[in-house]
Design a protein around this ligand. Structure first.
Ligand code: SF4
Ligand code: SF4
Ligand code: FES
Length: 251
């Protein structure tokens, strides 16, 4: 029967400071998740070798894998801390390894700044414009297969796992990332959103847009919400080609 386990945490005191590692030893309790591990450390911030330290900082909100805020690299795999169960992690070995996502600036410890994804959503106007709040009657009928696809795309929680796994997100590339591609397709497929599809397509045809994708397909493999990212990348690639052709014809 396991009585104690270790947690190795990559820590960083601020955005501009160097990372370092601290190991903590915790008493085993059944049914813990990584958030409850971090709460235990916050209540008793002492390392395994007896050094008093500051509580580890992390971000979280919903605690049920809906908001994406607690995304971090756990035992080498990017995922949400709230749904990472300690019993499962310990089957792989007696130490749990926690690191912040590497493709986003670290604010402190495991807390990263995911603004680049929210800025990307603003850049492509990932919303449905309305010009009135008066009742306008029922909207156009949407075929069930379109609704089904849109539902799959709408499950994105802007967690950042797909950007973390994407080799094209690196300091030498301005690629905007796969998450926003899914959302462009989601809003372009909406009957009202389609009226502003050309704006989104133009934004995705510019620098850092769709052509930055190298088709490695890492993104779809790590998405915790099974967002059909490679399907969206293929669709947007075709749609932007058609858009470019029409633009050329209308010159
Ligand atoms: S597409 Fe999936 S992995 Fe990417 S941000 Fe959305 S939910 Fe997270
Ligand atoms: S297909 Fe590959 S290169 Fe394109 S967004 Fe996904 S992980 Fe990145
Ligand atoms: S706290 Fe919201 S996904 Fe984990």
């Amino acid at each position: 029967m396991l009585e104690k386990f270790k947690v190795r945490v990559q820590r960083q005191d601020g955005p501009a400071t160097k990372p370092y590692t601290q190991t903590f030893e915790l008493p085993y309790k059944p049914d813990m998740n990584v958030i409850s591990v971090l709460q235990e450390i916050a209540a008793h911030p002492v390392t395994a070798d007896g050094q008093h330290t500051t509580p580890v900082v992390w971000d979280s909100n919903c605690l049920e894998e809906v908001c994406g805020a607690c995304s971090m690299v756990i035992n080498g795999f990017v995922r949400q801390a709230c749904s990472a169960l300690v019993d499962e992690l310990l089957r792989a070995g007696p130490v749990i390894d926690l690191k912040p996502m590497s493709k986003f600036p670290v604010i402190r410890d495991l807390f990263t700044d995911r603004s680049r994804m929210f800025d990307a959503l603003k850049k492509v106007r990932a919303w449905i414009p309305v010009d009135s709040y008066a009742p306008l009657g029922p909207g156009p009928i949407v075929p069930p297969e379109v609704n089904e696809r849109r539902y799959e795309l709408s499950r994105c929680m802007t967690c950042g796992c797909c950007l973390e796994a994407c080799p094209q997100i690196n300091p030498h590339s301005d690629f905007i990332g796969p998450q926003v591609i899914g959302q462009v397709v989601l809003f372009n497929m909406h009957p009202t959103g389609a009226m502003t599809a050309s704006y989104r397509n133009e934004a995705m045809m510019g620098p850092g847009g769709i052509t930055g994708c190298g088709n490695a397909e890492n993104c779809v493999k790590v998405c915790p919400k099974d967002v059909p990212l490679t399907w969206a990348i293929g669709k947007l690639g075709r749609d932007t080609t058609t858009h470019a052709f029409k633009r050329w014809l209308m010159r």
